[in-house]
Write a protein of this length. Sequence first.
Length: 185
Amino acid sequence: MLIFVDESGIHKKTGKSSVALVYVMVEDIENVEKAILKAEKVLRITSFHWPRHIWKIRFNFIKMLIKENFTVEAAIIRNPFSENSFERTIEHLLIEKKVKKIILDGKKPKWYALRLKKVLRDRGISVKKIRTGNDESFPCLRLADAYAGLIRTYWDDKKNQKAKELYELANNKITTQLVGGQDTG
């Protein structure tokens, strides 16, 4: 199992943040990455990043990938985002024990990686399995970014019809969703 971690909105003082973990089986990684690259080519974008794209691109990107073999674990956290809320979130979301590698989006503060390592150690998962990377090198980080952005947008503004429609399409890949400490999925 490979796990790709991204979050959205942790820098904001108000509203909500989201943390998304995309789980991909080792034997499926090549197919998922090929599908991501193909979707980007069809959409004529260099690499997907939630805030850079319009709703049409966002919708088509997720729609093209929905049939691939991955699952998403997500959490919504009220801002301001804190180390403690992040740690508790990861404790509840990181349920897989047979993890080959965890790839974090590389633009993380030092406390982020340190907290994640602590949680992994406490759960008996090897700390050597954590790696940071950028979304250019790891296409699945772009998938995690899409889900983190979508989930935060949906929960921040339930009246946003475009977010609601895309969330309803993408929701079948979300196996666990924690909102304010409550399991909703």
